[in-house]
Design a protein around this ligand. Structure first.
Ligand code: DLL
Length: 433
């Protein structure tokens, strides 16, 4: 057996060495998956490919995709590649519809996961000895425990707060004085507002770094959080089916999008129209992953439904970066033929000074035509003239930048639902006459 390089070494590999490592790990993964998971055997056979056909990285394109529906169909443990007794932990992603998707980890998987979260956290500014306040939900969601073991592995002092109980979050941040907070960007907004409501200046806390992910967010939201809390906010990306948080992480020095940890995952970008062809770097499409080291749940060409593009690495030149995710194909609103993502509204609204980041999108069908209403809270302390002007400007900017007309309805400050984790932005009331 060839001895495996350590994660701390492969992080610094150059592109050539990474690709060489990827090919070796990919070859091992496809034959491992084929031998151990009936679904892969069936799919490969149907597609007429065999593990030996993978001779170069380009050959991966011959292999069939895996989807969330595949995982659902094999619920709960049908896709596990090891006997249940070798599975050390199980997580599940809630999913808004139907069955949850179940994922599993061996001891090695958990060690790699912790290493990659630690690597992501270090990139984003966390250091051994920092106190890390974790406000991602603990439990079946991968956010809480994923961040937890990563922070421990980095050598931090972990405060396992979990999500919710915002009053208590704010109290403990004041009392324990953590340097780092990990939570969704919209929940950080909730925490920020809770400080203000207590009469505490959110810029005065001990927090220096926020490591945010699990939902799309924009540069404008980063600016909102960084100025509001006086800290540096970086992105962390991941999904349960592939691992959890820590598939990619952003460097605080460059803040130029998350680096994909390509020593463990091989990314591809799929043409969003024909959903067949892989696109070259720099072009936007659906992100697809093949895991390179996972034991309990290897995934081959898993379709994430996340839209992004691949860019060359900067802080780690051997790894590629992904552009900030603008949205998921699932969240795309098609309004009278125009495609639109909630993050585009966030971007436009936050450039208008009198508007707050608190908004919801409602799609209705009052008269055989779909209609989008943006319900948004103006900022506290703005005059009614400023608010009205801001609403008109938002409507105009949406028309100009997205190319679609929307109604803008101002909501009372504090009236819209606040985030407790992943925030729901879109409310579709079309079928509820
Ligand atoms: O959300 C894992 C995670 C936890 C990532 C904590 C980061 C921090 P799932 O619940 O399976 O796993 O949801 C995965 O969330 O496919 C994306 O659509 C979205 N997502 C995750 N991170 C980001 C991000 C976790 N940084 C789904 N930016 C993914 C945009 C993200 N979207």
């Amino acid at each position: 057996m060839m001895s495996e390089p350590l994660n701390s070494e492969t992080e610094f590999f150059d592109r050539e060495a990474i690709e060489e490592l990827q090919l070796r790990r990919l070859q091992r993964t496809v034959s491992y998956a084929y031998d151990r998971v009936p679904l892969y055997q069936r799919k490969f056979d149907e597609a007429g490919v065999r593990p030996e056909d993978l001779r170069s990285l380009a050959d991966l394109a011959k292999f069939p995709f895996t989807t969330k529906e595949d995982l659902r169909a094999e619920y709960p443990f049908g896709m596990f590649a090891v006997p249940q007794a070798e599975v050390s932990r199980i997580h599940a992603s809630s999913g808004t519809t139907g069955q949850p998707t179940v994922v599993g980890y061996t001891r090695n998987d958990l060690r790699n996961w912790a290493d990659l979260v630690a690597r992501s956290m270090r990139a984003s500014g966390a250091r051994p000895g920092h106190k890390v306040h974790i406000a991602y939900g603990y439990g079946l969601f991968t956010g809480g425990l994923g961040a937890h073991y990563g922070a421990e592995s980095l050598g931090c002092t972990v405060i396992p707060m979990s999500g919710g109980q915002t009053e208590k979050q704010v109290q403990l941040i004041q009392d324990f004085e953590p340097e780092v907070i990990m939570c969704t960007p919209t929940y950080l907004l909730t925490i920020m507002d809770a400080f203000t409501q207590r009469g505490v200046d959110p810029r005065s806390t001990s927090l220096k770094y926020a490591i945010c992910g699990a939902e799309p967010w924009t540069e404008e939201m980063r600016h909102e959080l960084e100025t509001g809390l006086d800290l540096k906010a970086c992105d962390i990306y991941g999904l349960s089916e592939v691992m959890g948080p820590g598939v990619a992480g952003e460097f605080v020095e460059t803040q130029d999008g998350s680096h994909l940890w390509e020593d463990h995952f091989r990314p591809e970008i799929l043409d969003p129209f024909n959903l067949e062809t892989a696109l070259p770097d720099g072009e936007t499409g659906e992100l697809v992953f093949t895991t390179l080291t996972k034991e309990a749940l290897p995934v081959i060409r898993y379709r994430t439904k996340d839209l992004t593009r691949l860019l060359p690495g900067t802080a780690r030149p051997g790894m590629r970066r992904m552009e900030r995710i603008g949205g998921r194909t699932d969240d795309m609103i098609i309004l009278r033929g125009v495609n639109l993502f909630p993050s585009q509204i966030e971007e436009i609204a936050l450039r208008i000074p009198a508007l707050s980041p608190h908004f919801q999108l409602e799609i209705s069908r009052p008269d055989r035509m779909d209609e989008l209403t943006v319900r948004i809270e103006p900022r506290e302390g703005t005059s009614s003239a400023e608010r009205d002007a801001a609403a008109i400007r938002l409507r105009q900017e949406i028309k100009v930048q997205i190319g679609s007309s929307a109604l803008v309805a101002l909501a009372e400050p504090g009236s819209l639902a606040r985030s407790n984790g992943k925030l729901r932005r879109v409310y579709d009331v079309r079928n509820k006459a």
